[in-house]
Ligand binder design. Structure first.
Ligand code: ZN
Length: 93
């Protein structure tokens, strides 16, 4: 499911706070776009062969608009994401 506007804003705010991104390491471009949803990075113990559905690191992907270089950022480190929309209190009456 694509990021909600709230999730997207929190991610962009967290990246900005950490001074990410800067220049693209591949082409030195400075324009980036955020991937549409979380990008799970698979962790795999190859002694057991390829395991589908195993543990992952949740990341967000920044993509260089010029060359397509992909920069992945762990949401756990970045801002304790994934974020969930704040739940509204039910009315008391
Ligand atoms: Zn680039």
């Amino acid at each position: 499911m694509p990021f909600s506007d709230e999730e997207r804003n929190k991610i962009l705010e967290a990246l900005k706070k950490k001074k990410v991104p800067r220049k693209c390491p591949a082409c030195e471009g400075t324009e980036w776009t955020l991937g549409e949803q979380y990008t799970p990075l698979a962790l795999n113990d190859m002694s057991a062969g390829l395991v589908v559905g195993g543990p992952t690191i949740p990341t967000v992907a920044l993509v260089c608009k010029n060359c397509g270089y992909v920069s992945l950022h762990s949401t756990l480190i970045l801002a304790h994401l994934p974020v969930k929309p704040e739940q509204k209190e039910p009315p008391n009456d």
